[in-house]
Write a protein that binds this ligand. Structure first.
Ligand code: ZN
Length: 137
């Protein structure tokens, strides 16, 4: 099982903000705990520890869920555009592909870091952390 609840009993002082606030902070690419420190060191690389509050942001997994969220959103946003364009102008298939494929690719790459931040904020709010080697025995 790749994810687990915290191995130790939950810290009674652990009182994260509401899920919506944590996800919103992640979507803004800032630390879900304090909302001030930068969540990423690069385009998709998570800063392991928040420079402002010291929260271990690297412990919260996003793994494959962020790309799933991104693909889900892009397909639901772009499909009506494609269908609408097809219905209105009936462009040739090659022209539609020539325009749509780079547009889909750019939109997917552009949305991915925000989705990853939102997923990390969601994991933080729920207390979902990566298992460490020490927890495996
Ligand atoms: Zn922080």
């Amino acid at each position: 099982m790749p994810f687990d609840s915290p191995a130790e009993p939950r810290n009674p002082r652990f009182n994260p903000p509401r899920i919506g606030a944590c996800v919103a902070r992640g979507l803004h690419r800032v630390c879900p705990a304090c909302g001030e420190g930068s969540l990423f060191t690069g385009f998709l690389k998570v800063r392991p520890v928040c420079p402002v509050c010291g929260n271990e942001n690297g412990a919260y997994p996003s793994d494959d869920f962020a790309p799933y969220v991104t693909i889900f959103l892009i397909l639901h946003l772009m499909t009506p555009i494609l269908i609408g364009a097809d219905a209105l102008w009936s462009p040739p298939f090659w022209l539609e592909g020539l325009i749509a494929l780079p547009l889909f690719t750019a939109a997917t790459i552009g949305l991915l870091p925000f989705a990853k931040g939102g997923v990390i904020g969601f994991a933080y709010a729920l207390g979902v952390r990566r298992r460490t080697a020490a927890q495996d025995g």
